[in-house]
Design a protein around this ligand. Structure first.
Ligand SMILES: [Zn+2]
Length: 347
């Protein structure tokens, strides 16, 4: 199916063998191509029924769930055990928005690398945070990015990410967002910028707005909306139960309205509750922008489940993903949309 240069391609292959009971078996695998990145992914439907210890139910809380004293992100020690922002950027040292505190990452990944706490909650089970805590934390991120833009306008490659629980890459349990900005683009910024610019040049259209338009007409992967954000199961997922939120017509993080941060948080919390219903407790989030006046990249947030944070759970990145580069998930995005819609019904 095609809309102005976007191709939604799905191919099927089969694997044939004789099972241990002597029965002839035909297993179907779907190979989908991401219309934005052109990367392929695989859906191995037969693995959906496989026993996957540790991913079958919400794990018990971690042993250090109450260990606030040794957590540098908990109050009162958060103000003394975390770094302070360069005074040229923020003379006050930390940025505060409601219960959220923002400070530099002690172990930076680039020129501007910071942490925005959700609030003072040390261990917060997925799906149980207050929406306002996430809204404040996102607003804090936006305020920080705006200051960077004033100080170093060349640092146009901006991102807000989240590693919820160590299984998703988080080094501390305490829920937080991460903010990055640099003048040198990470791979995804570079690819997306190139693809969006080329798509605009060829079609006179914005790529994510076009993607959204296609998906709303198709309907099978559309989940719902919160304010101006529209939510979809990714056509060609590169993570389990991957969901995209698209904010059509908006291409900058630094002046996003408070209402849009609120609506983003509302959608995120609904998706957290959906993931919780699947017995999953860890996820990654990513929201990228290229802060140029003529950027062609509409805002799109990606949220996907990771293997559970629990003892002896196998990683969701096997040799297939790491060495061949095709992510393999086990269920159809269309089913993800059906299930996730149950959490968007009050809209
Ligand atoms: Zn803490």
């Amino acid at each position: 199916m095609e809309r102005k240069g976007l191709t939604f391609e799905a191919q099927k292959v089969t694997a044939n063998f004789i099972d241990p009971l002597g029965q002839t078996v035909v297993r179907e695998i779907e190979i989908r191509t991401n219309p934005i990145s052109a990367r392929t992914c695989r859906i191995a439907f037969s693995r959906a029924n496989e026993k996957d210890v540790g991913n079958e139910a919400l794990p018990a809380p971690p042993p250090d769930q109450h260990d606030r004293n040794s957590c540098p992100f908990c109050r009162p020690q958060v103000t003394t055990k975390t770094p302070r922002i360069d005074p040229l950027l923020a003379p006050e040292g930390h940025l505060v928005q409601g219960a959220s505190i923002l400070f530099p990452n002690l172990y930076p990944y680039g020129s501007y690398s910071a942490v925005s706490l959700i609030d003072d909650g040390h261990f917060v089970e997925i799906g149980t945070a207050s929406q306002y805590s996430y809204t404040d934390s996102f607003i804090n991120c936006g305020n920080y990015l705006r200051r960077i833009n004033s100080q170093e306008p060349q640092a146009i490659y901006m991102a807000i990410t989240q590693n919820h629980l160590p299984s998703a890459g988080g080094s501390l349990l305490h829920p937080h967002l991460q903010i990055n900005a640099d003048k040198i683009p990470p791979n995804y910024h570079r690819h997306l910028q190139h693809r969006a610019d080329r798509f605009y040049r060829d079609n006179g259209l914005y790529i994510f707005s076009s993607y959204l338009k296609h998906e709303k007409i198709d309907g099978r992967r559309y989940i719902g909306r919160t304010g101006r954000w529209e939510w979809l199961a990714a056509f060609a997922p590169e993570g389990f139960f991957e969901i995209w939120g698209i904010l059509p017509g908006v291409r900058s993080l630094i002046n996003l309205r408070h209402g849009d941060w609120h609506d983003l948080s509302q959608g995120l919390l609904k998706i957290q509750r959906y993931y919780r219903s699947l017995g999953r407790n860890g996820y990654n989030l990513g929201l990228l922008s290229v802060e140029e006046p003529d950027s062609k990249l509409d805002l799109r947030v990606v949220i996907l489940v990771r293997s559970n944070h629990a003892p002896w759970v196998r990683s969701d990145h096997t040799g297939y993903e790491v060495m061949l580069g095709d992510m393999t998930t086990f269920s159809a995005p269309e089913q993800t949309a059906v299930d996730a819609r149950n959490f968007f019904t009050d809209e």
